[in-house]
Structures are given as C-alpha cells and as structure tokens.
Design a protein around this ligand. Structure first.
Ligand SMILES: [Zn+2]
Length: 241
C-alpha cells in the first residue's frame, strides 16, 4: 500500500512538473517569437505577394527544373540549402544566386538532432560553403523539419540569423509524394497575400513538386500574385509596421 501511495505522489509531482514546463513553452508561442523578430511564419499584407520556399536541395536535376520554371514565370524563390548538397552541386547554387533567387541555410547534413551546438556548427559550415560559391553569406535559417527549441532560437538570433518557417496551411508535404493534384490544391485552396509556401526540391524524387509548380505558377500569376523572396517579404513587413 505504501508503495502505491509513494508511486501516486511521484506521479502527481511528475505531472505537475511537466505541466509547468509545458506552460512555459506554450507562453513562448508564435507571437512571442514574432514580436522579437526571431521567427517568421508569414506576413500580413494586402499586396498580392507570395514567397515560394524550397528545402533540402540543391538537386542536380530537380532544382534545375524548378529554376527553369521560376524563370519562365518571372518568379523569385528562396532555397534553404543543405551544405553538403551545395558542395556537390556548386553550379546549381551559383545559377540560383545569379538568377536573383535567395539562398538560405538549412544545416550541413540535415541532422535530426537536439544538440544546439551541433546545429550551430552546421549552420556555420553551410554558410562558409555558400559564401565560397557565391560570395554571399545568408542570414536566413530554417531548422530541420521546422523543429526548434527556445535555446536554439536564441543562439541563432545571437549569431544574427532569422528563422524562417512557413504558413501553417501552406505545408505542401510534397516530400511524401502525395500526388501532383494534392500539392496543387494545398497551395491554391488557401492562398492568401503574404503566404510562405513550403516545397522540397531535394531529398528524393521531386518530380511531383516540379509538375505541381507547372500548374501553380501560371494560376497564381493569373490571379495577380508576384512571387518574391523571403528577404523582400521581410522588407515589406517593415514598411507595414
Ligand atoms: Zn529539410
């Protein structure tokens, strides 16, 4: 009996502890980080602008196809590059940079880790690689799978980077290869000024992403949207404030 009571007390204490921790996290939600300017998900604007973002590249085949399409429609994209892939495909990185797209940081090896120091090291390594290819050092960072901790956010901000997420309703989940129409509908059905859309141009077969863009780009253009980079969007946000 004593053992059971002891166990119950432990359980209660544990639950309270996690509740408190959880609450502390909840208090540092989206608004908290947005107000500090540490993280952006999307912006509020009446201008017909949208930011298309691409993770996990560059890929020698799919990224080139994406770039061709963006060029065709006069669209600018933002590419969250994986350093080791950039190292293998410097010509693709140089092309996107010279074409006026934005290059950004998505770690070096795309690790699934909670270690802040490892991530910080990878951010630096990737920026060194991107700088050696383009002469430009990105200041935008997207964490792997969009996972962040308060500690990571603070470290990243301290180094002068801004974290870029995406509009909650604009996660195409194209990495799952859900079918071209699903990707197209996801973007078009809820599209709104100031949205940030999440695509993937690397990390696997991205044929569906390319095919979806063939439909999304002309349709949004017809609706009057201009496709801008994240930095351009952040500038616009400053003007609004
Ligand atoms: Zn990724």
């Amino acid at each position: 009996m004593k053992k059971i009571i002891f166990f119950l007390i432990l359980l209660c204490a544990g639950t309270t502890f996690f509740y408190v921790i959880d609450k502390a996290f909840a208090e540092k939600g989206r608004k908290y980080y947005e107000n500090l300017g540490y993280i952006v998900w999307d912006i509020q604007t009446k201008e017909k602008v949208i930011a298309l973002t691409f993770d996990d590249g560059p890929h020698p085949k799919y990224t080139e196809q994406v770039l061709n399409l963006l060029d065709q429609y006069g669209a600018k994209g933002t590419f969250f590059l994986v350093g080791e892939q950039a190292e293998k495909n410097p010509q693709v990185v140089l092309r996107m940079y010279q074409d006026g797209h934005e290059i950004a940081n998505h770690t070096y090896t795309h690790p699934f880790t909670k270690s802040v120091s490892k991530v910080m090291k990878e951010i630096e390594q990737t920026n060194d690689t991107l700088f050696s290819i383009t002469g430009y050092s990105p200041k935008l960072f997207r964490p792997v799978e969009g996972q962040y901790t308060d500690q990571l956010v603070k470290e990243v901000a301290k180094e002068g980077y801004k974290i870029v997420m995406w509009s909650w309703h604009q996660d195409t989940e194209d990495w799952r290869n859900p079918g071209v129409n699903k990707i197209v509908n996801k973007v078009l059905s809820g599209v709104k000024e100031g949205n940030i859309v999440l695509f993937h141009d690397g990390g696997g077969n991205r044929q569906q992403t390319v095919k979806a863009l063939e439909k999304i780009l002309p349709e949004l253009k017809k609706q009057g949207y201009t496709f801008i980079t994240i930095s351009e969007m952040l500038e616009l946000q400053k003007e609004i404030k």
